[in-house]
Design a protein around this ligand. Structure first.
Ligand code: S3P
Length: 171
């Protein structure tokens, strides 16, 4: 077991398209941890997609569901948790995140944009100008993501396996 982790949950934060789910699954295997994705839990519990929740109830309602799920998962230990990109927005979420080790997967906006160019599952990017929207979200959130315990900078061409190795070396 790594020296920083000591059995506590590992929370992956960062923008949508940063690879939190893929990298989180790899990390869970390597750590012999469970894996959960907060968006999946929300969608399963609601019986609807994240898009539908945003469309039918609005972002504020989604953020409440997100906080509720975070409160639930932080009652467990030995989980790797892929969080939604906006988890950092609510102050109360930080008190939950700080129960574990918080790792920011920091991916350049160009890479995220290329990955999500054809994506229709992210309600916040269904905008007239998704690239500008992404930039402004990143600008708003960077000071928040920076509050993570560990900052993993990802460059173009790095595979999820390589990113997971970097995280394993850092924790
Ligand atoms: C969001 C990111 C999404 C999802 C929702 C809102 C955000 O999760 O929670 O669409 O505000 O950045 P991913 O980061 O897993 O895409």
């Amino acid at each position: 077991m790594s020296s920083l982790l000591q059995g506590v949950n590992l929370y992956l934060i960062g923008m949508m398209g940063a690879g939190k789910t893929t990298v989180g699954q790899l990390l869970a295997q390597q750590l012999s941890y469970g894996f959960v994705d907060t968006d999946n839990i929300i969608a399963q519990a609601a019986g609807r997609s994240i898009n539908q929740i945003f469309a039918q109830e609005g972002e504020a309602a989604f953020r409440q569901l997100e906080s509720d799920v975070l409160a639930q998962v932080c009652a467990y230990t030995r989980l790797t948790i892929a969080t939604g990109g906006g988890i950092v927005l609510r102050r109360e979420n930080w008190s939950y995140l700080h129960h574990g080790l918080i790792v920011w997967l920091d991916v350049p906006v160009e890479i995220i944009y290329n990955r999500l160019a054809e994506d229709t599952t992210r309600p916040l990017l269904q905008d007239i100008d998704p690239q500008s929207k992404l930039r402004s979200l990143l600008e708003q959130r960077t000071p928040l993501y920076s509050q993570a315990d560990l900052h993993i900078t990802i460059s173009k061409g790095e595979t999820p396996e390589e990113i997971a190795t970097k995280v394993m070396q850092a924790i």
